[in-house]
Design a protein. Sequence first.
Lengths: 316, 295
Amino acid sequence: MDLLLHLRYFRTVAEEQHFGRAAERLRVAQPSLSQRIQRLERELGVRLLDRGRTGATLTPAGRLVLAETDALLDAADRLRTLVGRVQGGAAGTLRAAVPPQLGGATVAALLTAYRERSPGGELDLRELTTAELTAELAAGTLDAGIVRHPCPATGLGFGPQLHQPLGALLADQDPLAEHPEIDVADLDGRELVLFPRPTAPALHDETLTACARHGCTPSAVREVAGIEFTRALILSGTHVVALVPRSAPEPGTTWRPLRGNPLTWRTSTAWPAGRDGPAVRLFTEAAHDVLREHAGLLPTATQRRLFPRPASEFPL
Amino acid sequence: MNTPVRGRITAALTDAGLGGALCATDIDTGATVALAADTPVSTASVHKLCLVATLYREAAAGRLDPTTPVDIPAGARAPGPTGLAVMRDAARLSLRDLASLAVAVSDNAAADILWDRLGLDTVNATMNALGLTRTIAVHNQAGLYATMVADTGDSGPAALVDPAAVARLTVLDPARTNRSTPREITALLTAVWRDEVCAGAWGEELRTVLGVQAWSHRLASGFPFDDVRVSGKTGTLPTQRHEAGVVEYPDGGRYAVAVFTRAASTAATLPAADAAIGRAARIAVDALRNTRERA
């Protein structure tokens, strides 16, 4: 028995409270509709409707089944829509996403660059955190994206890495703001503002480890999501510095690059492994160019020598 | 009991930027805490547990004398950052002392002498005889690292911290390298501690050898108690950090634990990730101990 179909028929009868009107609405013969409702009642083992001379009324069991029917049919509709979106992805629209703090100009440039490379191709672009983005790539609801590393690599392919330099966002009156560039070590003992750790624990830790490596152990780390609140903290405090990528200038605060770009967020395109078709490759190329030209990302960070500890077990 | 415990274990791993699988078993009651415990995992150096257990089982069966000395020439050793792998001159060691080195400092060269002497097939057959049908070795240590060199090509060691290159390493795919499941590894340790791999003096000596690991940054870090004994064997590959071992409390409680993790970060030095393995293990062991008290 097609349960969903039978439930749809039942819902219509319940709404019309009349077999004849329901049959008319469903464009089926009334005897056939009656048989189907009886079939459903046999299947569920309860009587759903009381048939009177004036119409059909719900039994208590019928009211219960009707409530559940709505939920079931809604879920079925959602499922069809979702599957439709997945199929739609194969038919010309690339579903992609970018991480937060990439900048509006960069996103606009990315859309333009993709359209230029892929005439007629559509880019359905959203903003997602790296955790959400990798989950959607794995689930197949996303075809490609720009991710920040570290990100979980299982089942993903990655484009070449780019490095987004972090700088210091300071109050205008901050003595450090007088210098065109500042050293990470100048921030030693300051109160730092960084994005909330739960949104990307590995990147949060990596950023603070890089600070320590270059001589800055903050007195405290404030975890703040939005740029507005970040600016408010900087303006209110005397010792507060935010580590953020270059951002549009706002009165009262100044962004300064860090000498030698010791703090960078590694960025690359990502897609489900083995699924880098022509559209994904066009996206990767467009993203790579736009990130370098519009977002100031650097192709290589300073090469570091590696000294893994003996407990790392594998040879380099 | 299992659900909130599993949530806390997952939280401990997530907080360190890790995904992972865990199995913890009370060796005497069989009570178990499991998190994705039947997922295939790439075992890396944790597989040395299977190797050393096989050596002692062969000894107990009289098929091999573990005191047999082996001449180890200076060159042609499996690569590695410790033990014979970094030593320069010829040496002469018994099979069981090679086993001690393989456990103490995860010595790849020592392990490969044992792999060659015992054979992959014998180790796999031993695991099979113990009912561990998903615990399979397909290469020795040198063979395993050779796949990493082949996968990274000309880009050299730097590739091992490059996310794109790491994503291509076949050694991280359980289907294509030495593998097991967290549940089977704890089953092996349970069998060793219950004298089911080998009994008597050989069983005693096997447990002693499995207790000589020099480092304590992972499993043992979760049990910083002088009166608690932790025997363990780590396993490490780019982004993967594992340890399996046995935790013994003075009240007689003893627990086999296996934790397999994969980090988002490709950094080789990640102390928070190592410590999270100990924390996850303690949450599991404490849950088993609370059950035991109530029983």
